[in-house]
Design a protein around this ligand. Structure first.
Ligand SMILES: [Fe+2]
Length: 202
């Protein structure tokens, strides 16, 4: 079988330890004190200024390099010959803190190639769709096949709830949203975009 048209949603385990994630959380709450945030897709949640890849803190540097190297690994998984050195990779990143009731409306990430979400803290107490990310299939014409073959890639959407420490990476054009956090614990994620430009030959 050859997949003609498919939409990959990559779920990656990071090797970042719990002690690091605790330090990361402390730095996130620290910068939130001085960043009133932005209103983008967030509903009742805090969306930081999208300058995470420019931050000087070691925690942010480490998590940003983990996200960037995950994009390179994904590119290599499609093409073993892929060489990241041939690209001028431009990243932007921001933090989302969704308290109880916080959610993100349906959106995509224009002007990017791959986008992703690193899960800094995914609440452990979950009910229903709380905190799940939902991706919409760009090809809605598979709905009849989906009735016959559910969970085979033809469904109109998929919902996942990645765990703390995991990274989900997807093509930036895929529409997605986040269900309200029904937990008393904050749902904390780092979202990022990558724009991969071919370096000009000198
Ligand atoms: Fe998003």
């Amino acid at each position: 079988m050859q997949l003609g048209f498919s939409v990959p949603i990559h779920l990656i385990e990071s090797d970042l330890e719990n002690s690091f994630l605790e330090d990361l959380k402390k730095d996130i709450y620290l910068i939130r004190k001085n960043d009133s945030g932005a209103n983008i897709s967030n509903n009742q949640g805090w969306h930081s200024t999208p300058d995470l890849f420019l931050k000087k803190e070691d925690t942010f540097k480490k998590v940003c390099s983990t996200c960037a190297s995950s994009i390179a690994s994904i590119m290599k998984s499609y093409d073993g010959e892929f060489n990241p050195e041939t690209l001028d990779a431009r990243f932007s990143g921001w933090i989302n803190v969704n308290p109880k009731g916080g959610s993100n409306v349906l959106h995509s990430h224009p002007n990017s190639h791959w986008s992703g979400v690193f899960y800094v803290q995914q609440p452990t107490e979950v009910e229903g769709f709380s905190g799940m990310i939902e991706f919409v299939n760009p090809n809605q014409e598979g709905r009849e096949l989906a009735k016959l073959l559910p969970k085979s890639g033809f469904d109109n959407m998929i919902r996942i709830r990645p765990k703390t420490g995991q990274i989900v990476i997807f093509p930036s054009y895929v529409l997605h949203s986040v269900y309200p956090n029904n937990s008393n614990q904050d749902r904390i994620t780092i979202a990022f975009n990558s724009l991969l430009l071919k370096k000009k030959k000198s």
